[in-house]
Design a protein around this ligand. Structure first.
Ligand code: CP
Length: 316
């Protein structure tokens, strides 16, 4: 694997799941791979899990790590091409990225959608400049349209907890006070479509995801109906794609609660975190027998390590 920006970069998904479970049994078995290698983690946006789990994954493989919160620690970086740089940004990505590439062997980058322009966000302007100019492998730590490290951990979590070969997996929109990115739901759907699970997406009208991610995935606008017989409930808020970046609803009728979980087949509750309690999901669900959100977050370390292992093995 040269870069990791989507599920398409994984040559064999079944094998990738096996690799993750193998790492989980002994996460220090491959320390030789990262000896004298360095990973730089560049954050344009906040993080708790991605930052710590990716750093830990790199350290498990014997790598050195350097972390930079670009907006706070460095020069403000211009990302637009062909721009006259007479504003407040003194450095362009076209110089900054290859320079960072000279100091390391792998770069992780997080750059969310800005929700100012759909075409710019969906072109992955920042992530793709890293791929083009870095000269070293790039790991997406969440781009404008995808969060593949999260989705890989989600898949491993489902494999870990499933009680039948072909579980029913329901991704539900849930309310939120802020306009959140579409990267997690896009990516989750993209990865689930590579499995043979039964996948249902439920959301209010107006929250349809981009067609290139949804394909022919079933949408059920009645959340209760979608939950019937589900083995996994994956909750997430996202802002509208058609009315780009807009909040169309804050309806607490979509909050995941105990009554709704009782419609399921004793489903496990999943969320990528951070999650707003009693907005997205009730205390009762998060503190009850359904929730696997902490185990899901723990798998972020494992799957980040699996990705780095594949990259380091290719580079040998
Ligand atoms: N789920 C996730 O990516 O968490 P952070 O934003 O805290 O990294």
């Amino acid at each position: 694997m040269k870069n990791f920006t989507s599920v398409k970069d994984i040559p064999d998904l079944k094998k990738a799941v096996e690799t993750a479970f193998e790492i989980k049994k002994n996460r220090f078995a491959y320390q030789h791979l990262g000896k004298n290698k360095t990973m730089v983690l560049i954050f344009f946006n906040s993080s708790l899990r991605t930052r710590l789990s990716t750093q830990k994954a790199a350290m498990n493989l014997g790598m050195n790590t350097m972390v930079m919160n670009v907006n706070e620690d460095g020069w403000q970086l211009e990302s637009e091409l062909g721009v006259i740089m007479d504003g407040d940004k003194p450095e362009h990505l076209k110089e900054a990225i290859p320079v960072i590439g000279k100091y390391c062997d792998v770069i992780g980058v997080r750059a969310f959608a800005k929700y100012q322009n759909k075409e710019d966000d969906y072109a992955e302007n920042i992530l793709n400049q890293f791929v083009e100019y870095a000269g070293v492998p790039i790991v997406s730590m969440e781009g404008a349209t995808r969060h593949p490290l999260q989705s890989y951990a989600d898949l491993v979590t489902i494999e870990e907890f499933k009680t039948k070969e072909r579980p029913k997996v329901v991704m539900t929109w849930a309310p939120h006070p802020r306009a959140l990115p579409q990267a997690v739901p896009n990516s989750f759907v993209e990865w689930m479509r590579e499995t043979d699970y039964e996948l249902v997406v439920t959301h209010p009208e107006g929250y349809e995801l981009a067609p290139q991610f949804m394909g022919d995935v079933k949408v059920e606008y009645d959340q209760n109906k979608a939950f019937e017989g589900a083995d996994f409930i994956y909750a997430k808020n996202w802002a509208s794609y058609s009315s780009y970046g807009k909040i169309l609803s804050k309806d607490f009728g979509w909050t995941v609660n105990e009554e709704k979980m009782k419609l399921t087949n004793n489903a496990k509750f999943m969320h990528c975190l951070p999650v707003r309690r009693n907005v997205v999901v009730t205390d009762g669900v998060l503190d009850g027998p359904w929730s696997v959100v902490v185990e899901q977050a723990a798998n972020r370390e494992i799957t980040a390590q699996a990705v780095l292992k594949m990259i380091l093995e290719q580079a040998q």
